[in-house]
Design a protein around this ligand. Structure first.
Ligand SMILES: [Zn+2]
Ligand SMILES: [Zn+2]
Length: 265
């Protein structure tokens, strides 16, 4: 059974292993490599590489620190937007590195991330904290005070620490580490499903995995004015191993005038 080693300090293995087992992979965790050295969410260590690069480094390191054929790296990122910065957006990237071929497959999932905390002031009580934080079941929290930083707190622990410190100022924010955030765990599961889709998509010429749509070309002709629109006309699947490409037309034969630059500018 091919072995995949995942480098994580945050217990991601048990999320991913059951999904990859039916494909014949055994997933084991290693903490031999300090994944936090590539950056932490709470900002003690700044991230200097892209999430893709971080996932690749973790995957390759996991492989090199073992004799496994595959290494898996996982990297999450959080940005504000795209809706006027009000909603936090979470992207989870997985990189599966294969030792014998020195190749990598990237998978990803992204979506809105609901958990948010609150600013502490003189009106903050146990009840107001519970009102905000209990909306996000099993999410853990970071308490940032002028003279203290406490992480990985569940709601009960958070309330106990607030009773202890009785702060008049400070911040409560979601702890974004995977084992402390059920919503992030769900996104990692979605990224794993994307990885499975890619592993199952074999090139018809050489049998290599990740034969999926890599390019979408616009140009569907408008149903009303018959000019080319920005709507997708052709999808191209491509194999990085043998360079075989397959073009498939969109299931739509005509462009919707609603999205036509000319008919609906
Ligand atoms: Zn048109
Ligand atoms: Zn191929």
């Amino acid at each position: 059974m091919p072995q995949i080693i995942i480098a994580t300090k945050h217990q991601k293995g048990h999320l991913i292993a059951p999904l990859l087992a039916p494909l014949g992979y055994e997933v084991d965790e290693t903490d031999a490599f300090d994944t936090d050295s590539l950056g932490t969410f709470s900002g003690e260590i700044a991230r200097t590489c892209t999430p893709e690069q971080a996932a690749y480094i973790k995957a390759k390191q996991a492989c090199q620190n073992s004799d496994a054929e595959f290494g898996l790296g996982s990297e999450g990122s959080f940005t504000s937007g795209p809706y006027f910065g009000l909603i936090t957006h979470n992207t989870e990237i997985l990189c599966l590195y294969q030792r014998s071929t020195n190749t990598a497959i990237y998978a990803q999932a992204s979506g809105a991330f609901a958990p948010h905390g609150l600013t502490i002031d003189e009106h903050t009580t146990s009840e107001t904290v519970a009102q905000t934080c209990s909306q996000f079941k099993n999410q853990h929290w970071i308490l940032s005070l002028p003279n203290a930083l406490e992480k990985g707190l569940n709601l009960t622990q958070l309330q106990a620490r607030l009773n202890h410190h009785k702060p008049l100022t400070g911040q409560i924010t979601p702890d974004l580490r995977a084992m402390y955030s059920p919503q992030r765990q769900a996104m990692i599961v979605n990224a794993t499903k994307d990885l499975i889709r890619r592993l199952n998509a074999k090139c018809p010429e050489c049998g290599t995995a990740n034969f999926v749509i890599k390019k979408a070309l616009p140009g569907l002709l408008c149903a009303q004015c018959t000019l080319p629109t920005k709507q997708i006309k052709t999808y191209i699947s491509h194999c990085e191993h043998c360079q075989f490409s397959l073009s498939e037309p969109s299931k739509h034969t005509e462009g919707d005038p609603t999205y036509c630059q000319l008919c609906n500018p």
